[in-house]
Design a protein around this ligand. Structure first.
Ligand SMILES: Cc1cc2nc3c(=O)[nH]c(=O)nc-3n(C[C@H](O)[C@H](O)[C@H](O)COP(=O)(O)OP(=O)(O)OC[C@H]3O[C@@H](n4cnc5c(N)ncnc54)[C@H](O)[C@@H]3O)c2cc1C
Length: 484
């Protein structure tokens, strides 16, 4: 099958009877569920973009096996142009969601590409695991499937951990049995963002939640499954799409990607879907050895640029509307957003400019600019949301709804809420967007997402510091100290 359309994606979701629960009830059909369907349609729009005639060559490429046009984010980059085309495609998807859907399918497409390219890494565990990961990648590429992933075990008693990066295994997804058909797994995992909107779920080792050396075989694995596999259930947080209009909840009514706890109740993972098993060291090294997190970093930072642009545009329109753009401290805050945007953009450009072939023959963006951009965004996104608070203040609360605009106080609203540059309705529309970005449940979740979706800032800083080669700089200090 070639790159899917939105309608094909929706039809696929309808066919799968995945066990999904929201607010105590099983979801019959995610594509029509009031808390989920708008998110489904936003993802469907991304798939329709693959068939936008004007951008076709950017959105797809020719499959090396079927010759069909397949999604650009599945490309195995071999040239700088491949990386640039992939970035442009990912940017178009990110723009479609204002950067507010973090787990659009390109995130997992680039991740699985990196793992498949590094097939020999998996063969070190068992020779057939190379075939498994490569067949799986081809399967998702040719069928243009949506993946979710859950890499982290549920939090519980973090305090006595001996090492800063290790994940304790007392409440952990684990293997209970190996059979001729495959492995049987049981336990919870967090968090499957996009889970209810996905076709498949992938489980593999996290970069920043390492397994303790004594984790043994039961906790070290990588595999993937269809979301409708028996025994698998998704427990969603409450939806932040409250069924309100685009006017009232401009973001929540469009971009609810949902986060879910996943329970595995004696789930059978067939052998052909197992990619790593029983080797703690191979699991812990996998994210670095395959460069999967560098390729996902390329997607993440592309999206961060779009999100920072969105914050800048929004902030600028807010201060124009309120007539505060000449105030020096307002300008300082605007400059902060500009700095965040420009540093993120520069890191993305540096990562592509310094790309090198890795040992798997893939042109891989440079690691450190992407790591730096990701770590910085963990701090800068919450600050940008705070800046919206500081710029908007009471306008984020003096905020009529669409019903109010047409209600008994319409005359007062029209008379008093207009400003020198905008009508009352335009002002309310703008500040409802600012509110949904920085104050609503949807907006607060965006801050939490940016803080944690890729691990927390402490863990990520430890990883960066451990990986960064500081020796030649240290040596220069030693030399200087010895100079006369
Ligand atoms: C909105 C959202 C979406 C997410 N989506 C996904 C997803 O799609 N897929 C997925 O796999 N995961 C997802 N996650 C989970 C994410 O990977 C984790 O939240 C992240 O790795 C941090 O792990 P944790 O939540 O267990 O927090 P912890 O690791 O427990 O850290 C919480 C805080 O405790 C402190 N802390 C505790 N233990 C340590 C330690 N050993 N070292 C350093 N600090 C420590 C730190 O101050 C840290 O900030 C998502 C999370 C959020 C919030």
């Amino acid at each position: 099958m070639a790159a899917r359309t939105g309608a094909q994606y929706i039809a696929g979701l309808k066919e799968r009877a995945v066990e999904i629960y929201v607010s105590g009830e099983r979801v019959k059909d995610v594509t029509t569920h009031p808390g989920l369907s708008n998110g489904v349609h936003s993802v469907a729009k991304l798939y329709d973009m693959q068939h936008d005639g004007a951008a076709d060559d950017q959105m797809t490429f020719e499959s090396p096996t079927s010759g069909d046009p397949v999604g650009q984010s599945f490309v195995m980059p071999k040239t700088p142009e491949d990386l640039a085309r992939r970035r442009k495609m990912m940017r178009r998807w990110a723009q479609s969601t204002c950067g507010m859907m973090g787990r659009t399918p390109d995130f997992m497409n680039v991740t699985m590409m990196a793992m498949a390219a590094a097939g020999d890494y998996f063969a070190q565990n068992r020779p057939e695991f190379k075939t498994n990961i490569q067949n799986y990648f081809e399967y998702i590429r040719e069928n243009d499937l949506v993946l979710t992933h859950t890499l982290v075990n549920l939090q519980r008693d973090r305090s006595p951990m001996p090492m800063p990066l290790q994940d304790s295994t007392d409440v952990a997804l684990s293997i209970v049995k190996e059979t001729d058909a495959g492995i049987i797994v049981r336990g919870p995992r967090v968090l499957a963002t996009l889970g209810p909107l996905a076709d498949e779920i992938a489980i593999y080792p996290a970069r920043n939640h390492q397994l303790p050396p004594d984790a043994q075989g039961a906790y070290s694995f990588a595999f993937a499954l269809p979301c409708n596999t028996p025994g698998l259930s998704f427990l969603c947080r409450e939806s932040f799409d409250l069924g309100r209009s685009r006017f009232d909840h401009p973001l929540g009514s469009r971009f609810e990607e949902m986060d879910a706890l996943v329970f595995f109740d004696h789930v059978l993972v067939p052998w052909e879907r197992v990619f790593l098993l029983g080797d703690v060291e191979l699991c812990n090294n996998m994210p670095f050895a395959t460069n999967r997190n560098i390729h996902s970093g390329h997607q993440v930072v592309t999206k961060q640029v779009v999100k920072a642009e969105f914050m800048l545009g929004l902030a600028n329109l807010m201060i124009q509307t309120l007539g505060s753009s000449q105030l020096p401290h307002v300008q300082q805050m605007m400059a902060e957003i500009i700095e965040n945007l420009e540093v993120t953009k520069a890191c993305l450009r540096a990562a592509e400019a310094d790309a090198e072939f890795d040992q798997w023959g893939v042109l891989c963006p440079a690691r450190f600019p992407l790591m730096v951009a990701r770590n910085m965004f963990i701090r800068s996104y919450p600050r940008m949301a705070e800046i919206l608070h500081l710029l908007g203040s009471s306008s984020l609360m003096a905020l009529p709804t669409e019903a109010d605009i047409n209600g008994p106080l319409a005359q007062e609203i029209n008379k008093y809420l207009g400003t020198d540059t905008t009508s009352a309705e335009e002002r309310v529309r703008l500040f409802r967007l600012a509110w949904d970005t920085s104050c609503s449940a949807f907006g607060s979740r965006q801050v939490l997402y940016e803080r944690y979706f890729g691990g927390n800032v402490e863990q990520n800083s430890v990883v960066l510091n451990n990986l960064y080669d500081k020796e030649h700089m240290t040596e220069r200090i030693r030399e200087f100290l010895m100079e006369e």
